[in-house]
Every structure is written in C-alpha cells, then in structure tokens.
Design a binder for this molecule. Structure first.
Ligand SMILES: Cc1cc2nc3c(=O)[nH]c(=O)nc-3n(C[C@H](O)[C@H](O)[C@H](O)COP(=O)(O)OP(=O)(O)OC[C@H]3O[C@@H](n4cnc5c(N)ncnc54)[C@H](O)[C@@H]3O)c2cc1C
Length: 307
C-alpha cells in the first residue's frame, strides 16, 4: 500500500510507514504494519478514518498493545494508535470523569485512589489504555470496566460520531458489542466516594495477590485464554491456567515461545518468539485440554494480521 503523509494534508499527528508491530505490543511479537497513524484529537481521527474509508484501506485500532498477538507478516492497511492523543481526563463532578481512550488505566486508577474514588481498584495491574480496557471489558478479581462505564463515545469509518450508553455496549466477559471499525475516543466513568486509605489498602492487597500468582518478567500479553464457564453460564469450571497446568504444559516451549512456568494461562516471549510459535502453543494447549477434560478453551487475546 503506497500512501504518503502529504496525501492527508489536514492530518496533524505523526504517521509512520512500514512499522514493526513488535515495537508496539507487550508480547514484542509481530510483523510490520503498512502505516501507523497517531491522531492527536477527534478531528484528526475523523480525517484519517475518512481517508482510509475513501481509499478502501482496512483500519485496525490499538492502544498499548497489551492484549494483542500480531501475526508474522504484519498488518495491511492503517493501524490507528490512540495512545499518544486522547490522553485527557476531565473530572466532572466529585465522583465522575470523562477519560480519553489513550489514558492509561493504571494511571487513572491511581488518580482515583488519590481522589478517594472507588471502582478501579481491580485495574491496578492492568497495563492497557481506557479504550482497550472498555473494548475488552477488562476485569480482575470480580470487577470489570462495565461496573464503572456510563457511556462511551466513538467514531466510525465515515468519521461519524456515536455515543453508546452502558446497556448499548452489551458488555460481556472480556468483550462488548461495539460495532466493527468503531474507535472509542472517550469513556464517561462513574465512581463511588470512599476513604482514600481504604482504597489504597484494597489496591495494595490486589496487587500483592497478582504478584503472588503472576510474577512474570518476560514479554507477554496477559491471559491467553478466557476462563471457561459451563454452558448454562453459571457454574465456574477450573480456570484456564489450572486446566493447562493439569495437562502438564507449564514450561512447554515452541521456538522462543513458552507456556509460562509461573502461570499456565500466560505465554512468554523468551527473546525472538514468532506469532507462529505462540499459535502452535495455543493449538497444543487447546488440544490437550480438550482431550483430557472435554473443555474447549477460547482465546482472550486478539489475533490479527497476516501469516
Ligand atoms: C501483564 C498483563 C496483565 C494483564 N492483566 C489483565 C487483567 O487482569 N484483566 C484483563 O482484563 N486484562 C489483562 N491484561 C490484558 C490487557 O492489558 C487488557 O485487555 C487491556 O485493557 C488492553 O488494553 P490495550 O490498550 O493494551 O489494548 P490493545 O491490546 O491495544 O487492544 C486490545 C483490543 O482492543 C481494541 N481497542 C484498543 N483500543 C481501542 C479503541 N480506542 N477503540 C476501539 N477498540 C480498541 C483493539 O482493536 C483490540 O481488539 C493484561 C495484560 C498484560 C500484559
């Protein structure tokens, strides 16, 4: 795909070409994207979306790339990176805020703690952006983004603005029903007032809990698989990590990818892992767990790009 930044004369942000996606993902894996655009604000985003739509270029949005596996031949079209613009948080009343999709969840959780606002304690160890967290309905320890999101603002491929309230987002376990090719620009969030010391204490406890089970210092993308639930959606089954551990797969390697020795639901990059290496381990884990337990694991990470 041949385009030059001058082709979108009104675009104010940075635009990079032939970009190694491994530099933009926590897994440190991924071939090159044709173009990466960093819109500085909503007008800029609309400009690049209309340009891509007009040319028929596919668009893919990333935040911090902490839940992504990009395939080895990269991404055709335009990757829109919201992590440089969209960084503003506006505090509305004393218990509500509008956060830009590029705001880091960890930073917002910390600000909430200082302001005595409860609701994001669970997010203390989740390394993504607000946009990625809302899209994934990120959660931990029984709490999810859906518990604090009131409304989401987004822009579509034609540059049209949309607004979705919590019900319209149809949040589910690690997902939502945001229509395809819609880019979240802002999230309206509502918190509960509480004592900052109590919030700090809860965050510390959750961080320690996380550290005890997920002390992983190698590049990874968080949980690879969703935790399975019974068909009736009620009774919890063993976690994906436990099932993989019971299948004897902890520590298993393929190339430079390894099922973590610390946590069965994490795959780590030992140095030069490829997406093919990771996907081979994903297939192996699904196969062994299905044969042993009759449970089909579904991936939580988003896998995109060309082989
Ligand atoms: C060490 C580690 C621990 C983690 N722990 C947790 C955890 O406890 N709980 C949990 O839920 N997750 C966890 N994750 C996964 C991940 O951090 C979250 O899913 C996070 O919310 C993803 O945000 P991101 O900005 O990195 O999104 P990305 O990885 O960049 O994108 C993820 C998906 O969201 C879409 N997306 C991103 N931004 C937007 C936007 N503005 N508009 C529309 N779609 C968008 C992307 O297209 C993609 O499909 C962990 C990851 C790591 C590496």
């Amino acid at each position: 795909m041949k385009i030059a930044q001058s082709a979108i004369s009104a675009f104010k942000g940075r635009m990079l070409f032939d970009v190694p996606m491994k530099d933009y993902t926590s897994f440190r894996i991924g071939g090159n994207a044709d173009v990466m655009a960093f819109p500085v604000n909503e007008d800029d985003l609309i400009e690049v979306m209309r340009f891509a739509a007009g040319k028929g270029f596919p668009v893919f949005v990333i935040g911090r790339g902490t839940n992504l596996l990009i395939r080895d031949n990269g991404i055709r079209g335009v990757v829109i990176n919201v992590s440089e613009g969209f960084k503003e948080t506006i505090w509305l009343e004393d218990d509500a805020a509008v956060a830009g999709s590029g705001v880091l969840l960890i930073e917002l959780a910390s600000l909430c703690k200082d302001k005595g606002l409860s609701g994001l304690e669970f997010a203390a160890g989740i390394p993504g952006t607000i946009g990625g967290a809302v899209f994934m309905n990120a959660g931990a320890y029984g709490k999810e983004m859906k518990d604090v999101v009131e409304r989401v603002e987004a822009v579509d491929m034609n540059g049209q603005k949309h607004s979705f309230d919590n019900a319209a987002m149809k949040f589910s376990y690690r997902g939502c029903a945001l229509p395809a090719n819609m880019i979240i620009t802002k999230a309206h969030l509502k918190f509960k007032k509480d004592n900052p010391d109590e919030i700090k204490k809860r965050m510390k406890e959750l961080k320690e809990k996380r550290r005890a089970t997920q002390a992983i210092n190698l590049p990874n993308a968080g949980s690879i698989f969703r935790n399975p639930v019974e068909a009736n959606g009620r009774s919890p089954l063993p976690s994906a990590g436990k099932l993989i551990e019971e299948a004897g797969l902890k520590g298993t390697k393929c190339g430079d990818a390894q099922i973590s020795e610390v946590h069965g639901n994490y795959i780590v990059n030992l140095g030069n892992a490829t997406a093919m290496d990771v996907l081979a381990l994903v297939a192996m884990a699904r196969d062994k767990v299905f044969k042993a337990q009759g449970i089909l694991l579904e991936t939580e990470i988003t896998v995109v790009g060309e082989d």
